[in-house]
Design a protein around this ligand. Structure first.
Ligand SMILES: *Cc1c(COP(=O)(O)O)cnc(C)c1O
Length: 373
């Protein structure tokens, strides 16, 4: 049995009429940038997340770059973040000539270790950039407490965290991205809310920051051909917004299906002594964007899955502090042992709403067979 790590084909077949109609509407009306579908989708995201403002941009990466610019993560300032993440979480800081300052991750959540942040803060620190990775949010109570104490800004990389909500010691659940000064989502195709191409979003509850983001995505213009700032050309594409609008309607259902699949994996693999399954920590509603295991003999297991035509992924094989592009920061192997160890053991299994129970069973059987060998 061949099991795809991810495919969009089944979803398209299920909702073909809706996707086709959404795309056709845009094309028949005539091409446009920032068309009505973008505004409608931004409204829908505001409603879904509770954010006061949602600003659609070309990708999650651009959202991070623009938000970093707005929050002053630039010109020699320092920003505290973790090295176990996708490149874009840190390149957005470096792009503006700010200095990424890494701290290690929490062993169980893979998110930034909140106990190691404060010791890195000095008078040059501009902010904290926590990444809500895979299935759960970083401890936003603690992060906001530190940020408020030192009067620094918080940019939440919620690229992977669509649908995740944090309660902590608060009264209500708050959606990822809406707790810090600004937050970002990615609509990269594999993400929980993924388009059929690139897309991203900035969210904030602050009117001025939102206004700035709206200007910067169109070259810093306050009106056409009148530029207040040197900005970017980074708009959410109208066709992608139309597709995403369809998908958002089914989001709660899709999240529930992901949870059922994760449960099945946990039931079947939970007893295996060679596998560790991450737990969701803190008062929060996680979302299984990725289902990871920490596996003994990870690379051999991966090869075995490949032999058996099972798709998998390794997020992330090399932590950012050991990447060539960040060598100028002067970090070395051993600086962040938890992140480094995790890179050697982590393995992501297929999870998406349309995967079948039989396929998940087959993945589990194959993994259990491997360890019997
Ligand atoms: C996907 C991702 C991004 C970048 O999003 P794109 O839309 O692909 O540019 C940023 N940060 C994290 C943690 C991601 O997983």
């Amino acid at each position: 049995m061949k099991v795809n790590f991810y495919t969009s084909k089944r979803e398209y077949e299920e909702k073909k009429a809706e996707f086709d109609a959404a795309i056709k509407n845009v094309i028949e009306r005539g091409i446009s940038t920032l068309g009505p579908e973008v505004k409608e989708f931004e409204k829908a995201i505001e409603e879904f997340t509770g954010a006061k403002h949602a600003i659609g941009v070309a990708s999650g990466t651009d959202a991070l770059v623009i938000a970093s610019d707005i929050l002053g993560f630039k010109d020699g300032k320092e920003v505290i973040t973790s090295p176990f993440t996708f490149l874009a979480s840190t390149s957005c800081i470096a792009k503006h000539k700010a200095k990424p300052v890494f701290v290690d991750i929490d062993e169980e959540t893979f998110d930034i270790d909140i106990n190691k942040i404060e010791e890195k803060i000095n008078e040059n620190t501009a902010g904290i950039l926590p990444i809500h990775l895979f299935s759960q949010m970083a401890d936003m109570d603690k992060i906001m407490e530190i940020a408020n104490k030192y009067n620094i800004r918080v940019l939440e990389d919620a690229a992977e965290a669509f649908g995740m909500r944090w309660k902590g010691n608060g009264e209500t659940y708050r959606h990822s991205g809406t707790i810090g000064d600004m937050g970002i989502f990615s609509f990269f195709p594999t993400k929980t809310l993924g388009g059929y191409g690139d897309g991203g979003m900035i969210v904030t509850n602050n009117d001025e920051l939102a206004e700035m983001a709206r200007k910067l995505r169109v070259h810093g213009a306050s009106k056409k051909y009148h530029y207040d700032y040197i900005g970017y050309n980074s708009r959410l594409d109208t066709i992608q917004a139309a597709v995403l609008g369809v998908k958002l309607k089914y989001m709660n259902e899709a999240i529930k299906k992901r949870e059922e699949i994760a449960k099945l994996y946990m039931e079947r693999l939970g007893q295996c002594e060679y596998i560790n399954i991450p737990k969701i920590k803190g008062a929060q509603q996680g979302v299984y964007y990725v289902f990871n295991i920490l596996a003994e003999r990870r690379d051999e297991l991966a090869a075995y899955l490949k032999e058996n035509e099972i798709g998998y992924s390794i997020y992330y094989p090399v932590p950012l502090h050991l990447q060539e592009c960040f060598s100028y920061l002067g970090y070395k192997k051993g600086d962040f042992p938890v992140a480094e160890r995790t890179c050697e053991k982590i393995l992501a299994l297929p999870i998406y709403p349309e995967i079948t129970r039989e396929e998940v069973e087959f993945v589990c059987d194959t993994i259990l067979n491997f360890y019997k060998k």
